[in-house]
Design a protein around this ligand. Structure first.
Ligand code: IPM
Ligand code: MG
Length: 359
């Protein structure tokens, strides 16, 4: 099938290394579109610390409108040390990310965890444990402790509180999404919670037990989050699709990245009510900003996910994956994975991948 499409994409490069890695992902995206005859309509918007500097708001209304009017959002990273080190800052870049997730209704964050044959040795885990690991974390993204209110401090400032809140509707929709993905894969779903202690987790588990019979061809199992954290490291190959609430998912997916070998390799897709968003799971990496050393692969692979999940263009996604794999095999890699060999710059890696696609 070869349908020529108009792809209207909101480009939010954000802070830190965001702009540098975005430049490479866009070059690759343009090359794929040129080859496949798609028309690319790119529009840039601001978000994060750079948006606070420009407008006082980390997710300005104009950026939200741009996202709503687009078919997909490509997002780089947000965050700036000047806010991390100031716990009293009233406005924070992360609020922009959270508001963007909430306002776009991006309740499902899909974080695939895979290994690359040429990078197996990069994982601190034993090769025989990680080789062939291939699972998908589905993280609920618009509920739980991140959004529950009340949240704050007591008057004397010495007590702080957060609220973990989930409704039946929120749990049901993320579980159905997870079952959908499990159905397309190896048909195993692991529900991760802390139902032995917390009430929201008991609601999750109860609803999962109610829903499971609707998917008789999928094996459902349940793990407490502490146990899941251990098993991800010890038996990564035992997972297919894992679904969990917001904060557990945040923590487990950083942990899972060590299976791949570098945080700089993992893309993600956030899907939900409105426009889907595609972003690397790493942050803004301020230490590397402007140095042309950051690994662009997670961002480039996020563009691959955009073609696949955002537009249903599987061949286009595969073209990018093939080029990325080739660059890894050839050792055209940034310093985080160069492993004593020659380290290439962000731009050199991006150019190599783009040229591979243009060939
Ligand atoms: C992530 C990040 C964010 C999160 C931060 C930057 C707010 O760690 O996307 O995993 O906690 O969700
Ligand atoms: Mg995180």
């Amino acid at each position: 099938m070869n349908i020529n499409m108009d792809l209207k994409i909101a480009v939010l490069a954000g802070d830190g290394i965001g702009p540098e890695i975005m430049e490479q992902a866009l070059a690759v995206t343009r090359a794929v579109c040129a080859k496949k005859g798609h028309k690319l309509l790119l529009k840039e918007g601001i978000v994060g610390a750079c948006a606070i500097d420009a407008t006082g708001d980390p997710y300005p209304e104009e950026t939200h409108r741009l996202c709503m009017e687009s078919d997909a959002v490509l997002f780089g990273a947000i965050g700036d040390p000047k806010y991390d080190n100031d716990p009293n800052a009233k406005v924070r870049p992360e609020q922009g990310l959270l508001r963007m997730r909430k306002q776009l209704g991006l309740y499902g964050n899909i974080r695939p965890v895979m290994t690359f044959p040429s990078l197996i040795h990069k994982s601190p885990l034993r090769a025989d444990l990680v080789e062939g690991a291939d699972f998908m974390c589905i993280r609920e993204l618009t509920g739980g402790l991140y959004f529950g209110r009340p949240q704050g401090r007591s008057e004397d400032g010495n007590t702080a509180f957060d609220t973990c809140l989930y409704t039946r509707e929120e749990v049901e929709r993320i579980l159905h999404l997870a079952y959908k993905f499990a159905g397309q894969r190896r048909k195993k779903l692991t529900v991760v919670d802390k139902a032995n202690v917390i009430a929201t987790s008991r609601l999750w588990r109860q609803i999962a037990q109610e829903i499971a019979p609707q998917y008789p061809d999928i094996e459902t199992d349940y793990l407490f989050v502490d146990n899941a954290a251990m098993r991800i490291i010890q038996w990564p190959k035992s997972f297919d699709v894992l679904v969990t609430e917001n904060l557990f998912g945040d923590i487990l997916t950083d942990e899972a990245s060590v299976i791949t070998g570098s945080l700089g390799l993992l893309p993600s897709a956030s899907i939900g009510v409105h426009t889907s968003l595609f972003e690397p799971i790493h942050g803004s990496y301020p230490q590397a900003t402007g140095k042309n050393i950051a690994n662009p692969l997670a961002m480039i692979l996020s563009a691959a996910l955009m073609f696949e999940y955002g537009f249903g263009l599987m061949e286009e996604g595969a073209m990018i994956r093939e080029a990325v794999n080739a660059s890894l095999e050839k050792g055209i890699v940034t310093e985080d994975i160069a492993d004593g060999g020659k380290a290439y710059s962000t731009r050199e890696v991006g150019n190599w991948i783009r040229e591979f696609i243009e060939r």
